[in-house]
Design a protein around this ligand. Structure first.
Ligand code: 5AD
Ligand code: FES
Length: 370
């Protein structure tokens, strides 16, 4: 039996409490945090790990996000956009591999028209039992509504940072638009989507206060899905150049983009959003190929998003360099992940794996809600 979680911990998770936990270095205290996050994960979402097949449908992007290798000004990238038949084939592959859902992810690409995505979603929902998650950036309400009506179940849109000044600095706006991801998340929830979000850990300019604030926003929005990974510098981008660190240095201490800090955010996120589906992210696996996936699963995460994009496209979806699993086929990743999950004594979930609502909460959970 795992140690009973220390319920005093959850009570201390306000802004100063979160900030203190994020900076904690004492091994015994950290072990308490890990045990607590793992116990809450088990009590709330169980031992099953949900696998979502990730389909990287387009590497075109009109945005200039300062951290992302797919940004419009990135040169020397061979861009691609999958056609409907290719996307559908990936979805069928996900079914064959036993996955319960797929995530259609891409840059912000107007070439992925409302009609095109509508047709693709309809076809997947018609031909497979998969839940469909979209992750296509900031889109109009008309697009989002049409896709929801076509059967899309979920939408992922990371807000990246809750500090508005840092947000604006790393997301230059497109002419005539105001980027407001919180507003889009709220509207998508009203449309009936399950909503997912997340942040990067260690963005140049990110402070401990900001990161604590990010975690509070997860709770405030009662997010259904929360993905957290380390910022990984891409030399194709302004934030990946050596001079960026000094240029973007915050007035207070800079949060490191390391594994320990990322794992603390995963664990604390589990405590503040006990019911959320939390992935062990590819960015973390990239930072620690040996154990990154497992450590997140042991410290709060309950989801993995294996890539099912055809290998011929994968290397071209270069958000950051050195991404894990770039040359492995979908089948190879499936085998690898299944082994890693079973080695933790956990099992593979079947079915779409939506958010489990209150009815399966138990006593520990209610204690954690204050
Ligand atoms: N390092 C780590 N994560 C990144 N993302 C984008 N660029 C990077 C980077 N350089 C993340 C963002 C985005 C998600 C799809 O990938 O959080 O929302
Ligand atoms: Fe377009 Fe990141 S800048 S996907």
């Amino acid at each position: 039996m795992p140690a009973a979680p220390d319920l005093r911990l959850a009570a201390s998770l306000d802004q100063p409490g979160l900030k203190a936990w994020l900076q904690e270095t004492d091994p015994a205290s950290l072990n308490e945090l890990w045990a607590c996050a793992d116990a809450v994960r088990r009590a709330q979402v169980g031992d099953e790990v949900h696998l979502r097949g990730l389909i990287e449908v387009s590497s075109h992007c009109i945005r200039h996000c300062l951290y992302c290798g797919l940004r419009a000004p990135s040169e020397g990238l061979e861009r691609y956009r999958m056609n409907a038949g290719e996307i559908l084939e990936c979805a069928r592959e996900a079914v064959r591999l036993g996955y319960g859902s797929v995530v259609l992810q891409g840059g912000e690409d107007p070439g992925l028209t409302q009609d095109f995505i509508t047709e693709v979603v309809r076809a997947i929902k018609r031909d497979t039992p998969l839940a469909v998650t979209l992750s296509l950036g900031e889109r109009s309400d008309a697009d989002l509504q049409a896709w929801r009506e076509a059967g899309a179940d979920r939408y992922l849109l990371r807000f990246e940072t809750s500090d508005p000044v840092l947000y604006r600095r790393i997301h230059p706006s497109l002419p005539g638009t105001l980027s407001d991801r919180f507003a889009q998340l709220a509207r998508m929830r009203d449309m009936g989507y399950e909503i997912g979000t997340g942040v990067m850990v260690g963005i140049p300019g990110q402070t401990w206060d900001t990161l604590a604030g990010d975690i509070l926003r997860f709770r405030e929005f009662d997010m259904d899905m929360i993905g957290v990974g380390p910022f990984l510098p891409s030399p194709r981008t302004p934030l990946g150049r050596p001079e960026a660190e000094a240029f973007f240095a915050p007035p207070e201490a800079q949060v490191p983009n390391d594994e320990l800090t990322t794992l603390k955010v995963v664990a604390l996120t589990r405590l503040v959003c006990p019911e959320a589906n939390i992935p062990s992210t590819t960015a973390l696996a990239t930072l620690d190929r040996a154990q990154g996936r497992e450590l997140a699963l042991m410290r709060g995460a309950n989801v993995v998003m294996p890539n099912v994009t055809p290998v011929s496209y994968r290397a071209r979806y270069e958000i950051y360099p050195g991404k894990a699993c770039i040359n492995e086929t979908a089948l190879a990743c499936q085998g690898c992940l299944e082994g890693r999950i079973r080695s933790l004594g956990r099992s593979l979930a079947k079915g779409p794996g939506g958010r489990l609502k209150a009815d399966c909460k138990n006593l520990i959970a209610s204690d954690f809600h204050h």
